[in-house]
Design a protein around this ligand. Sequence first.
Ligand code: FES
Length: 499
Amino acid sequence: MELYITGIEHPQRVPASGEESLLNQLALAGFGQMVYAPCGGNGTCKQCTVTVSGRLASLSGEERDFHREEVLACRWRPAGDVTVYLDPATGQDRNIAVHSRDIPGGGTGLGLAVDIGTTTVAAYLYDLASGRCLHTAAGMNAQRVFGGDVISRIQYCEQPGGLEQLCAMIRDQIRELAASMCPDLTQIRSLSIAGNTVMEHIFAGLSPVSIGVAPFTPLSLFGDSRPASQFYDCFHPEAELYLSPCVAGYVGGDITAGLLSSGASESDRTVLFLDIGTNGEMGIGDKNGFLTCATAAGPAFEGAEIACGSSAQDGAINHVEPDLSYTTIGELPPETICGSGIIDGVAALLYNEIVDETGRMEGERHTIGGEVYLCAADIRKIQLAKAAIRAGIETLLELSGKTYDDIDQLLIAGGFGAYVDITSACAIGLLPPALKDKTRHVGNSSGMGAAMALDPGCRAQLAKVDESCTYVELSGSKVFNDKYIEAMMFDEWEDVLDG
Ligand code: FES
């Protein structure tokens, strides 16, 4: 039996197994990036569709022939030769914007900085002599096929061979991104990597499993340089590789790098720094140090587990106005709704009093455009996700003895901040309305921090940032639990949308 994988530039034939799902076999064949699988193959997200021809068996044993039909890749396995038609556009999420800036020069050769996000991976190639960024490259994290959030990746690492597989995937992806920017990889003499603590563990080949259970202790907090030859044999033989320092199991090297590159760690003024993904990582502080915490938002803001949700792909509703008019990516007929559209959509439903302040929806679902709707269960998921983030902010504020008046700036890091409408995020109570006019996006601050750390002097600064951070564990915190219940309400939209 074999899989014929086509629709791509170089179609391939690979041996097929009747024991494993199509999803796993595509991932093992190196096509994990081209199937969106935020639930990691659990059958709950309904996003892992691929078009197939041939004979397949469902997980429950039903066998049938398909002729260019869509199936969920995690629910079917080959029962004969199968042709899989991949869509090259999948995996090229339009929300991946890679911005770069110059770093201190004076070095030799080329440097590679990488931000390993749970969802996306961004790489930057630098000329270390001039400090100029020569090229950038990015893609969806190849590990996404094994789940959209860090918890699913941790769970996959618990399986035999799971860690080795995820580790090889991310190392290969980084090498491929580097090769797309630099044909002679031996010119690269320095590598700097930043990611959350789980991503750095998997890259380094260390098990993240202990981060998944209380007391959530990581095996390493990194912050050190090693010979790159421990990880790769393709770069300059004397190349070194630096991993950004982590504060705790859920406040990682992406945050220390972000605090440095955004200027927050040097600021005289009080900053709230927020990185929203499947986890919300955040800190309040100034040049004297940051109080940090993390809270689990889940994948709802990325469109996963929302009935018509998707990543930011063609045909996704990406913006909804209070009058319920909308736009789609690529100006195509609406097919799905992505994170920014979902937040706008909930704000618009509040504004039109289709959803009340407790989150109760009039009717079971409300159509946004075409066949795309938000339903009562979607509103509940957004309510839980936004309450987790907001309660984290409120808890840090209380523990640091500050009020919103004391916060001079809210810095939002990462792709979420770049695309989400701040007014809508305040209207649904995800962000505090009191900080609406003090909010600024800082782009991929993790990637820029990794780039800065190509310079040894900046690594010393990054170590100081790390030392100045104090971590607060929120699980089991009474303050957090009380704030979480309060933050479930949608009772701030009138101040934002009518004001
Ligand atoms: S339903 Fe297949 S990966 Fe989620």
